[in-house]
Design a protein. Structure first.
Length: 320
């Protein structure tokens, strides 16, 4: 386990986070014009997955990182995810949830599975190639659903699942859960938790919302205008899902007839100048990942079933 450092997560967030924001003023109009869908990015042939820990653990935390989080240029290469400096491709917030869950259950085998998808940066992609940005989310959804199918086949159906997504990754998790509920409903009983941070499909007042305080106006997530079909989660998962949104986060507090430009501009300025704070980057530092892990922890299995899930000694820290 790589030693966790909050300051390290913070520095990674700010080094690339202009790309990590969803600039609503650009994203919503472009997606409306383009119709909100695009071809998914191509993956290399053959199985591609990035599991760190036992390949068939008691609990696997499947994590979808946010826009612009590493890896980027070589995102389709599973080996690119094998680095603690980039949180194994899970993103800072998701990795923190994994770290906290793993440390809370030393009797269990808990592994991290980072979704191999572009996590395309909003800028410049949403301006230069909106199809690339929109297709990124679709690729993530397809990969996540395929990864669950792979795990079910490889591990004999005994693994429990936690899904966690930050920013664009939360959007991916929403869509994947609805697809799994439709295509493979038996999986729903194996999902023991879901955490969402800075969610573009955030809707105030939904039962999955665990921590939210109204600011100046009731805003909705940036993607709710173009992708409302995937708001919420399947009903059977609501009690184990936690969505976390800061009041002035312009990704999950983005639109309501108007666009939340004031908070968006504050965030863009904070990232460009280093002066001020952007709430979208504060889910680790301000304790929301700790709250999420505490919410999910009671759902963890009480005892291990490993090594009965795999006939061989599990690989440590391998990229499959």
């Amino acid at each position: 386990m790589v030693k966790y450092r909050a300051a390290h997560i913070r520095s990674h967030h700010f080094s690339r986070r202009l790309a990590g924001l969803l600039p609503v003023a650009l994203l919503v109009p472009v997606m409306l014009i383009s119709g909100g869908s695009a071809p998914a990015a191509a993956l290399p042939p053959g199985p591609a997955f990035a599991v760190f820990g036992s390949p068939c653990p008691d609990v696997i935390v499947i994590a979808a990182r946010g826009s612009g989080e590493e890896p980027q240029a070589n995102w389709a290469d599973p080996a690119a995810y094998a680095g603690g400096g980039i949180f194994f491709g899970a993103g800072g917030a998701n990795y923190d949830v994994f770290r906290l869950l793993k440390s809370s259950a030393p009797n269990l085998h808990v592994s991290l599975d980072s979704v191999i998808y572009p996590a395309a940066a909003v800028l410049p992609d949403v301006v230069k190639d909106p199809g690339k940005f929109i297709g990124s989310s679709d690729t993530g959804t397809s990969v996540l659903v395929g990864e669950v199918n792979r795990i079910e086949t490889a591990c004999g159906g005994g693994v429990k699942y936690v899904f966690t997504g930050y920013s664009q990754g939360a959007w991916v998790v929403h869509k994947a859960l609805w697809q799994l509920a439709k295509r493979k409903p038996s999986i729903m009983g194996k999902v023991i938790g879901v955490s969402l941070f800075g969610d573009p499909l955030f809707v105030p007042g939904q039962p999955i919302v665990r921590d939210f305080r109204l600011s100046t106006r009731l805003w909705f997530g940036s993607a709710t205008v173009v992708d409302p079909t995937f708001e919420d989660v399947p009903k059977s998962l609501r009690s184990v899902t936690g969505s976390y949104c800061f009041p002035r986060d312009p990704v999950c507090q983005a639109v309501n007839g108007l666009v939340n430009l004031p908070d968006l501009l504050v965030c863009m300025s904070a990232i460009e100048t280093g002066v001020g704070v952007c709430p979208h980057m504060q889910y680790v530092d301000n304790g929301e990942t700790v709250k999420a892990a505490a919410f999910l922890e009671p759902n963890l299995p009480s005892k291990t079933v490993w090594p009965h899930l795999t006939p061989s000694t599990p690989r440590k820290g391998k990229v499959g």
